[in-house]
Write a protein that binds this ligand. Sequence first.
Ligand code: C5P
Length: 215
Amino acid sequence: GNLQIAIDGPAGAGKSTIAKKLAEGLNITYIDTGAMYRALTYKVLKENIEINCKEKIIQLAETTNITIVHGDVYIDNQLVKDEIRSQEVTKYVSHIAQIAEVRKILVGFQKKIAEQHSVVMDGRDIGTYVLPNADIKIFLTASIEERAHRRYTELLHKQQQVSFADVIDSIKERDKIDTEREFAPLVKAADAVVVDTTGLDIEAVVEKIQQIIAK
Ligand code: C5P
């Protein structure tokens, strides 16, 4: 069968950077599930759909094709890049991701990819809900200060105007919505290994997880 590695954790824990490197090292497919929720959110905003209009958002999810090929995200076969990382998308994505019907649709895409390829998949509910039988489950965390600091540095590099306080607030708010939603919330899977990345650089974290995989 295919190899399945699930990486979950709160915002800014370094999931995508780490997951990508692990996938490269293992020569398997990397799937950023957050990018799928971001892509749908981008389309909701672009089509001026009310963020509170659940029915319209579900309808959009049902009629939108979101795929990831070689790490690139496509909405209805159109490549999207930085536009799904905007502060506006980041602000609304958790609201859209808490709709159970939306999740079921995107999780369907995710399960299908994992049936066809060996994957390192990162998200919030991979070990608990998307791939409950994953071979390896990692729960990646770091202190809120460190997570906010990483995000802040990232935004500065992208020349986006933000204050550190706003970044902390935005991360906390996203984590709150993600952990408190009813359907497939962000929670450590019972059989996941916790890796706290506070004070560790990327290489050290990758090495730690490679050791867990090798066991
Ligand atoms: O991983 P990233 O921070 O880009 O994810 C953006 C948002 O998408 C998360 O804050 C969360 O609301 C949602 N998400 C989710 N389930 C996943 C991945 C992301 O609900 N598996």
